[in-house]
Design a protein around this ligand. Sequence first.
Ligand code: NI
Ligand code: MN
Length: 224
Amino acid sequence: MYLSYYGHSCIFIEGSKRVLIDPFIPSGDTPPDCDIVCVTHGHADHLGETVSLKRKTVAPNELAKYLAAQGVPAEALNIGGGIEMNGVLITMTQAIHSSWIEDAGDGYYGGPAAGYIIRMDGVTIYHAGDTALFSDMKLIRDLYHPDVALLPIGDRFTMGPDEAMIAASYIGAPLVIPIHYNTWEKIAQDPELFRHAIEKTTDMHVAILAPGERMEIADANAHK
Ligand code: NI
Ligand code: MN
């Protein structure tokens, strides 16, 4: 399985199916073709190219209704629920954040913000979405045992590095990848400090991916 980072919160997972999460690509590059899109919430820096892609799209209920009205084949989930799509198990998790759909006029409320657990080909990936730290991340560990945790570290709109360190310890994934930082000055962070802090005090590994970088994710059994 391969995982690519397209910058900000956009992650592309290539296994037996291709899953694209939060298709906002800061560089303006065209998103890769995919089978399934997952959107964490309605903010424009996550919704991104979801409407133009028009792929099968998983989204929180209210956002799914908006997407369906735009002609996107949307599947509504709500927090705690899951769906199986072509062998990919997708579960929606809590995120402590807001959600607003910017559209003509004032826009409108996007429902709750979420994260995702993606299970495919024996690998479990947790994309936290935009969120504050919450202690029920321990339940995410107990329920799903993620192999990879994608955690925002930008601060201001989400967790910062200190909170994300605690999040990583709650989730317990052997591989942590920071997201949602350095897209703009307001969320500037040094991911190397985050990496050193985690790798010095735990046996977790932190992979810092440059936008456009692709890495192989070993089968879950390889590091358990
Ligand atoms: Ni947001
Ligand atoms: Mn965001």
